[in-house]
Design a binder for this molecule. Structure first.
Ligand SMILES: [Zn+2]
Length: 139
């Protein structure tokens, strides 16, 4: 994995190392998550990786009963719904991720603004193991 490629693949490679990384423009300092190779603020092309603390707050969420294939394979679906949310991070960044440790049978118990912390989710086995981004209420 080349460190100078600001791709989705590189983002996931960092997740596999349990690091939440954004790209930051070396010209104007704007950060992007998921990382982008070009700065939309100043059109700069020089980016660098910055590691985020992985703490934020729940900005929006939905409880998903009709799961996409990857989540069906992970055991989610109509009888085992999961929570998908948008987490607002430092510097105005936000990202969508699975929200763990919330009561999806009682969506009214899930509160916007709840402080959350990053959780790295390992799915699959052996060669096919993939690390996904999740968050859980901060302890
Ligand atoms: Zn820039």
């Amino acid at each position: 994995m080349r460190e100078d490629q600001f791709t989705q693949a590189a983002f996931y490679a960092h997740l596999a190392e349990h690091r939440l990384m954004a790209s930051a423009c070396t010209n104007c300092g704007k950060k992007f998550l998921p990382p982008r190779p070009l700065c939309t603020a100043c059109y700069g092309e020089e980016m660098e990786w910055v590691e985020l603390e992985g703490v934020g707050e729940l900005q929006a969420f939905t409880v998903v009963h009709i799961a996409p294939t990857a989540m069906l394979e992970a055991g989610y679906g109509r009888d085992n719904p999961y929570c998908s949310g948008i987490v607002k991070l430092e510097n105005g960044l936000s990202i969508s991720a699975q929200i763990l440790d919330v009561d999806v049978t009682r969506p009214e118990s899930i509160v916007i603004g709840t402080p959350v912390q990053v959780e790295f989710i390992e799915r699959g086995e052996g060669e096919t193991v993939k690390t996904l981004l999740g968050f859980r209420p901060a302890t």
